[in-house]
Design a protein around this ligand. Sequence first.
Ligand code: ADP
Ligand code: MG
Length: 462
Amino acid sequence: MANLEFKVFWDECIRQIRENKIDEAEFHLWFEKLIYHSYENSMLIIATPSRFYKDQVISRGYNRLIEKTLEELSGSQIRVDFIISEIRDEDGEPAPEPEKLPPVNNRENPPSSEDKRISHPQLQTNFTFRNYVIGNNNDFAVGAAKAIADNPGKTQYNPFLIYGGVGLGKTHLMQAIGNQVYQNNREAKIVCIPSETFVNEFIQSIRTNTQNNFKNKYRKVDLLLLDDIHDLQDKNDTQEELFHTFNALYDFDKQLVFTCDRPPSELKKFNDRLKSRFQRGLIVDLQPPSYETRIAIIKKKIEQTNYNNEISLEVIEFISKNITSNIRDLEAALNRIIGYSDIVKKDITVDSVKNLLQQYFSVSPQSSVTIGKIQKSVSEYFNVSIMEIKGKKRTQKITFPRHVAMYLSRELTDYSTTEIGIEFGGKDHTTVMHACQRIDERMTVDSTLEPMIIELKKIIFS
Ligand code: ADP
Ligand code: MG
């Protein structure tokens, strides 16, 4: 683990010691002047202000307390050593020796409830259930997530796998579980990481021959939140390791939560045994939010900014009508609009929003490019009917134009694959994803395809 990354564990270790393990006065005296120095090869170096201080910390057994807390947090054995470094206070004067510290008076400045709000180093504090808007698109997923958060490892929803397109709230929902579990039980060992980190740490552990530390870290947690597992495709050894991690946790009723950009059955180059493990619990998908949910989300996001001027319902409705792709785009649009209004000191109107969105999005709002227009242009170009393009017939004469039309709809509009599927006779979003993939693949081997797509785009925009 990198030096800086480890600092997160150190901060959390200190926080836990302060909260749970020793009294405030003792903490003040002996921990406040300990400063993170460096971390390498399972050895943490802490800077202390003097030899006296260092000797006291060791003779009081605080080094062992730190080591034990770090082991609980990271799952690996970590040794702690101290160096002496003169610490200067804000005026540049050497800081007083600890024995000369003024007496601690906790009562004078009791921590505010805000300070007391504790956050986990790997979880975003705003990714909570409270900030998650529930709509038809996600109510089942949220219900299950809340049940899990209240009883991690004890429901039949283990593992819990959330899948859906980009920006639809997978990471937020997964972390909301983490935040809730953490609020309910500060002692819970929670690991929340992107799959990429899991891969990198695994590779690093092989390189440095520290696989045992890696295993200890991941196989001894109460809640494992692993984001974007599609990033593990092709990574056979890491998948194998995750399979064993899975079993170790599952057998002890520890909760596992995963997110993925597709249903697990569609993961390519993925260990079958691991895939079948995902089926043991609950798999839910997040759909794009409806118009009404988009409005509710924008209102919630406005509440969370410190933007004080009012944003009219008309503007909110306009944004909701025009940005249908996903919640991340909705948020980005709102941030741009608020940022703009802050800079130019003007109120936000529908007209200014229209201009801003035109500038920032490749397809202008209320653009003349609709899925209908794409279907019409493609059907004329290939001389097949729109009915055929939307239908189910699978002859080459029809499937190719259908794939091209789906591909163009994905490229030229903000509609999600789910919405595009609906416009193509109620097909599944995976059919649309598959069609786009086929066109992409064909483009690499068939040099006539790209000019054809360009020509079609010209026709569509004309
Ligand atoms: P994903 O992981 O699916 O790509 P994220 O969880 O990162 O998406 O969500 C993208 C953004 O949208 C985040 O800022 C998140 O807070 C917000 N968001 C997603 N779903 C909701 C929701 N239901 N209510 C409020 N905000 C949401
Ligand atoms: Mg995500």
